[in-house]
Ligand binder design. Structure first.
Ligand SMILES: NC(=O)c1ccc[n+]([C@@H]2O[C@H](COP(=O)([O-])OP(=O)(O)OC[C@H]3O[C@@H](n4cnc5c(N)ncnc54)[C@H](OP(=O)(O)O)[C@@H]3O)[C@@H](O)[C@H]2O)c1
Length: 242
């Protein structure tokens, strides 16, 4: 049985991943976290007793720790098998315009630093899952090809330099801490979902959120193994340049 948590799951790719996880009978609990209770109508429309809709703004440590405690009491010794760090923001940052330090730091704080904090906070529950006999534990950091240094072609029309930086930092977290976690049989990966039609969305989306979520969830539930640990992968678990 699998217990999974998805951050930023009230819309977009996160919401589609929650729905796809619930299609699998092996999934015992899905913890769908969101930051704003006014924006959870799509989650509320899902009728499934395995779904737990939980408020968690990834910017607030106290809120995160409260959620860790609440989830710990639900999953008990089973622990948390899958943590999907999906929540992110893309702010327009014009390098030729005014200096907007707060905006830049806030972009980095949500997309990079908060993923580190969420991961650290849930690690005891993830370790619990990994240490069970035959237990699997996966941390999937949703990243973006735009974080790749090797394939970078500039800011693009979306003024995305700072967004790119935030995902590059996330990739290094995945590579660095992912290597350490291998020793504990915890698989941490970076996952590029592909150009998906969401509010953040790509300029020319190729997939609906449901089309994106399907291979991601299939990979997490059925295909992923230790050989993927600490790699940056596409939605089909093929390594990508980063
Ligand atoms: N769409 C694409 O083409 C694409 C391509 C490559 C990578 N990605 C990545 O895929 C992931 C999902 O993106 P998406 O396209 O689904 O974007 P989206 O529709 O804009 O959804 C982003 C989600 O993150 C949440 N969020 C933002 N800040 C948060 C915070 N401080 N605490 C908790 N939740 C927060 C949002 O909540 P609110 O509703 O409250 O704002 C929303 O649920 C992101 O990591 C993104 O970088 C997307």
């Amino acid at each position: 049985m699998v217990n999974a948590l998805v951050t930023g799951s009230n819309r977009g790719i996160g919401l589609a991943i929650v729905k796809e996880l619930l299609r699998d009978k092996r999934v015992k609990h899905v913890f769908a976290t969101h930051r704003d209770t006014a924006e959870i109508k799509h989650l509320k429309n899902i009728k499934d007793e395995r779904l737990h809709i939980i408020e968690m703004d990834i910017l607030y440590d106290d809120e995160i720790m409260k959620v860790v405690g609440d989830i710990s009491s639900i999953v008990g010794t089973d622990g948390l098998n899958i943590l999907i760090n999906n929540a992110a923001v893309l702010y327009d940052y014009d390098m030729t315009g005014n200096v907007l330090r707060k905006l830049m730091c806030s972009q980095m704080e949500v997309n990079s630093a908060s993923v580190v904090v969420v991961t650290q906070s849930f690690l005891p529950l993830i370790r619990r899952a990994a240490s069970n006999p035959g237990g699997r534990a996966i941390i999937a950091n949703i990243t973006d090809g735009m974080g790749s240094i090797e394939t970078c072609d500039g800011a693009t029309s979306r003024n995305a330099t700072v967004y790119r930086m935030s995902k590059t930092a996330l990739n290094m977290f995945t590579r660095s801490f992912g290597l350490d976690l291998r020793k504990e049989k915890i698989i941490m990966i970076g996952l590029c979902p592909g150009k998906t039609k969401t509010e953040m969305g790509a300029e020319k989306p190729e997939f609906s959120p449901d089309q994106t979520a399907k291979p991601i969830v299939d990979g997490l539930l059925n295909k992923i193994s230790m050989e993927h640990a600490s790699l940056i992968l596409d939605r089909h678990l093929n390594p990508v340049k980063y």
